[in-house]
Design a protein around this ligand. Structure first.
Ligand SMILES: Cc1cc2nc3c(=O)[nH]c(=O)nc-3n(C[C@H](O)[C@H](O)[C@H](O)COP(=O)(O)OP(=O)(O)OC[C@H]3O[C@@H](n4cnc5c(N)ncnc54)[C@H](O)[C@@H]3O)c2cc1C
Length: 489
């Protein structure tokens, strides 16, 4: 039986596992518990053209437009055609999405979608409902939780396994496999303000980069316009679906911030995030006015619970204090339409991968769909590969050296300032010069504590983002160079 090792227990990794568990020996390694992932946090929903009157072509057009046509057209076609089939199969298997009282599926609207096509579950708790459902389908899979991937093991030009560490004991071992699937998610924790789960720290991208696996589109990080913001700290996402339901962005004077911008409050995320950042830089406070949203608490129970947890008096004021923050990584490990990478026997699925389906800016609610589609394609491709003769392996760790790494908070602050919503060439160059004082590139993962490895991985990711941003010829989608704007204004 083929051995398949999946790194990451979010929707993408778990969906691959459901597809392979009956024919392969599947192990999922995840560094937190089973519930720790961005997938569990997803609020708005999953996009699919299942409403009569909608079409895959319309979904494709919206995806390309939001991605500023930087997308791979074949990947988008695959997403919008295979995605709805996989969702129908999940519904047939018992997954429950929200429905109207008389039966039909209820479709929400989010920014830059030209049709109501966002399926949701338990209101704004789609990610938890969907990921839990997929996890419940896993019957023949070995879970290794609190186990962290440290290094890809590459021999004879192929990925033969992964060096991992058991976080409770510190024990390290090589897990060998016929196929390794990276499903480690994005890198939101590089930034001061983020929506991401604490375990999502760019590890898969760093692991791949250290072995010379091809990466692509690293300049493109999506910043979400609306994170709950209290005293300059962020406390989770305020889903865009609330704007889809009628909420508007205002400042302390009730000025409608997005008035006059095409598509206004439902403009693509990069446009809204930049507009809000500019408004904030002028000294304004930012709010989401929810006074026009019918049955807010009923439709958005997860957001309501979070607001109550942080004592936000939204029932009295109809306002939620917000600000933009890091949300999603469009770039990552370069992957083909079958989720294959440049390294034989290594696949990449979900947010860690870049098959260029999202282009320069992801269309809302397309990433859960991509987790299913890239997961299915990876599983199909792994089914077709021949079985290997595997033998136990060890890796030699170089001698430990002194460690010079920035404090996490310092790195996050600088990344927010220099790699964030608006960038300039001098800032990017200064960021790279600042990074040079640290020796993250010379350190062996096996010699680092979990905390040190996180910082080393995020340093490497930040270097790759800064270099890719400098190499981009012009502003595009989520990658926005301020001086470009001045040149063309
Ligand atoms: C707050 C929030 C709301 C969102 N809302 C939506 C939405 O409504 N619709 C939508 O389409 N998308 C949404 N997204 C984006 C979407 O949730 C993610 O892109 C998607 O879930 C990523 O899935 P994934 O399986 O690739 O990664 P994740 O779900 O992030 O899972 C990554 C897994 O890898 C593990 N891991 C990481 N590093 C290691 C390591 N070194 N060793 C072992 N394990 C490791 C993590 O612990 C985790 O289990 C949202 C994201 C956030 C943060």
């Amino acid at each position: 039986m083929k051995k398949v090792l999946i790194i990451g227990g979010g929707l993408a990794g778990c969906f691959v596992a459901t597809r392979l568990q009956d024919t392969c020996a599947v192990t999922i390694v995840t560094k937190g518990d089973r519930r720790e992932s961005n997938s569990m946090l997803a609020q708005g929903g999953i996009a699919a053209s299942l409403d009569p009157g909608d079409s895959p072509q319309s979904h494709e057009e919206d995806t390309m437009k939001a991605g500023v046509y930087h997308n791979d057209e074949a990947a988008v076609k695959q997403l919008v055609t295979l995605g709805p089939k996989l969702i129908k199969a999940l519904i047939a298997a018992g997954m429950t999405f929200d429905r109207h009282p008389d039966g039909p599926l209820s479709f929400g609207l989010e920014g830059a979608h030209s049709h109501h096509r966002i399926l949701h579950a338990n209101g704004d708790q789609t990610g938890e409902a969907l990921t839990s459902f997929v996890q419940q389908q896993l019957h023949h899979v070995i879970w290794q939780t609190q186990v962290e991937a440290l290094q890809l093991v590459v021999q004879n030009g192929a990925c033969q396994g992964v060096l991992v560490r058991h976080l409770a004991t510190g024990k390290q071992e090589v897990l060998v496999a016929d196929a390794v699937v990276l499903a480690t998610g994005g890198l939101g924790n590089l930034f001061d303000f983020t929506t991401n789960d604490r375990t999502v720290t760019g590890d898969g991208i760093a692991l791949a980069a250290r072995e010379g696996v091809k990466l692509t589109d690293m300049a493109f990080v999506q910043f979400h316009p609306t994170l709950l913001s209290i005293d300059h700290h962020c406390y989770g996402l305020i889903t865009e679906a609330i704007r889809g339901a009628g909420a508007i962005l205002v400042d302390e004077n009730d000025t409608k911030i997005m008035a006059g911008v095409p598509c206004a409050d439902l403009a693509p995320r990069d446009v809204v995030a930049r507009h809000l950042t500019a408004w904030q830089a002028q000294g304004h406070q930012l709010f989401l006015d929810i006074s026009k949203v019918a049955n807010f608490e009923q439709h958005f129970p997860g957001v309501t619970a979070n607001l109550d947890k942080h004592h936000v008096p939204f029932r009295q004021t109809s306002r939620i204090p917000i600000q933009p923050g890091a949300h999603f990584m469009m770039g990552g490990v370069a992957a083909d339409l079958n989720a294959g990478t440049s390294l034989p026997r290594l696949w990449a699925v979900g947010e860690v991968a870049c098959n260029r389906v999202h282009g320069a800016n992801r269309l809302a609610s397309n990433s859960l769909l991509d987790c299913l589609v890239s997961g299915q394609k990876a599983a199909d491709s792994i089914q077709q590969m021949p079985e290997q003769a595997l033998s136990p392996m060890t890796v030699t760790t170089p001698p430990a050296r002194p460690i010079h790494l920035p404090a996490l908070a310092a790195l996050q602050k600088r990344a927010w300032a220099d790699l964030g919503v608006e960038r300039t060439r001098p800032q990017l160059q200064a960021f790279l010069r600042w990074l040079q004082q640290f020796n993250y590139a010379q350190l062996a993962a096996a010699n680092l504590s979990a905390d040190e490895l996180t910082r080393a991985n995020l340093c490497l990711c930040s270097q790759l983002i800064a270099q890719a941003a400098l190499a981009e010829p012009k502003s595009l989608g989520a990658h926005y160079m301020k001086e470009d704007a001045h040149a063309t204004d």
